[in-house]
Each structure stands twice: as structure tokens, then as C-alpha cells.
Design a protein around this ligand. Sequence first.
Ligand code: 13P
Length: 334
Amino acid sequence: MSIEQLAETAQAMVAPGKGIIAIDESTGTIGKRFASVGLENTEENRRAYREMLLTTPKLNEHISGAILYDETIRQSTKDGVPFAKYMADNGIIPGIKVDKGAHALAGCPGELVTEGLDGLRERLQEYYKLGARFAKWRAVINIGESIPSGTCIESNAHALARYAALCQECGLVPMVEPEVIMDGDHDIETCYEVTEATLRSLFDALYQQNVLLEGTILKASMVISGKGCEEQADVEEVAESTVMCLKSTVPAILPGVVFLSGGQTDEQSTAHLDAMNQMGNLPWPLSFSYGRAMQQAALKLWAKDTKANIAKAQQTVFDRAKENGQAALGKWNG
Ligand code: 13P
């Protein structure tokens, strides 16, 4: 796989006005989302739900790619077309979550490290054959009293870099995701400091492991007040802090940065992205790779009647994609 091909895929992922829909919830996580709307967590419900999302008419007008879970990339539409083929035929790049989740980091109480490196080369080779062209790995950085530790930040950065190098060897664009978690009563300045240290450590590790940045996408969390913080920063402050933090840590050669929604409301996630792009003068495209902020409204509708409400739920998915696509251009009319 040449760097030109990786770069081409990475650029297509952040094409102007387009972003990613993250539908890579593990079976446990989708179970929680289903439970919140009274749906049973069966394999057929998971398949039917993902089919509803992926077959949204004209989705590719605002969506460049979708991140799937291991089970999903092996599933098909009810007419028997594998999801990855359906996506490729409809102008959506198939992506895959390849980490094996965040686990307790020994020696660092309250902190997590993402696992999944053992056997990863073989898994990536299989996912490539199944049609995936990019892969995501999520590290979790919690903010609390005396955390995160340097050990946590560095351990996660090292794992992200090892995974990213393996991805590129196997022809997949790594979407590196160090998520600084919004839970907690910390202020936005603390989030800024932690995000800055996390991104510095990540790009240092990527350099150490010979990862080619031209063929890499960053999935970042925004610099934002903790959910429990009394003083909530407004849209402008979140946008300015996030852009400043990224400018001071992320090399300009990176093809693009996409954001996770991380528990923000639909409107907040769109408003923040729009405000950042309105600032202009950015070294990279800033777009979205939202999970909850792309899906939650559609899931609620679909759960009420999983057959009769398909078209309505798909319209909601399309509308959220359109709004976020406009925000990726700084042209959202909120
Ligand atoms: P949220 O947008 O719901 O945070 O999910 C994005 C994601 O892929 C987290 O890994």
C-alpha cells in the first residue's frame, strides 16, 4: 500500500462538507443505547438498526465514511448485500473499530489503557479483505483529582502509535482517537491542559513509531468544561480553546481532524463545529465523527416502530448529517 493511496483515503474522509458517522458501538454499549429506548439487544435488532442507518437515502451527500463494529462488518442488508459492499457501492468509505476496549491500567488507580495490540496485524489484514479502508482506536483519558498521570497519557499514546503503524502497513488509514472525557467537575482550562499534554504525547509517539501523518486522521475531543463544572464555557470559548489547542499540538501536514461528540447535545456538537470553522484560517479541515450526536434522535424514532418508522428515522439521520456537514464548512444556520 502506497502512502499516496493512504493519503487519498484520508483526504476523502474529510472532503469539504462531509464527515463520518460512528456506528461502532460494542455489543454492550449498543445494548445500553437500546435499553434507553426499550429495545431488546438481539443480533437481528442490531443488524436491522445498522441497516436503517447505512441505507439512508443520499447519505453520501454529507457523510464520507462510517465506522463499523466487528459484528457489523460481517453482516448484510436484508437483501443479502454485505454492509461494506453496500457502503462502497454508495460512496461511503467503510471503517472499523479495532481496539478491544479500555481496561484498568495497572499501578494507576482510576485510569485506563486501551488494549488490542496482540494479533492486531492479522485482524487488520482480515478487515482489509472485508472492505475496510480505515480503522479507529479509542484511548480514554479521565480527568479527576491528580489524574491523568503521565504514565496513563504515555501508555495510551504508545498503544495508539503501535496500532497506527500496523494500520498503515496493512493499507488502512488510522483514525487515532485520544478521548479526554467530559465527565467531572473540572473547568475548561483543565481540559485544555490535559488535551494539550495528550496530543503532544500522541504526536511524539506517532513520530517515534514512523507513522506517516499524511495518511492519518485525528479524532479529537473538544476542549470543553466538565459536565459537572458550575461554570460552563460558551460556544465561542469552546471553539477558540479547541482551535488554539489543536494549532499548538497538531502538525499542519495531517489531512484532517474530526471530532467525537462525547455526550454533548446534538445542537452543542453542531454549534461548536460550526463556530470553529467560522474562525477560518485553519491548517486542516475540521469535521465530525459523531456517534450519539448523529444517532440519538433517529434511534428514538426507530424504536417506536422498527418497521413503519424507517423512512422517518432515516430522514432524521440525513438532517443531522446535513447540519453537521454545513457546520464542517462554517455554514450552519442554527
Ligand atoms: P460519540 O460521538 O457518541 O462520543 O461517539 C464517537 C465515538 O466513536 C467514540 O469512540
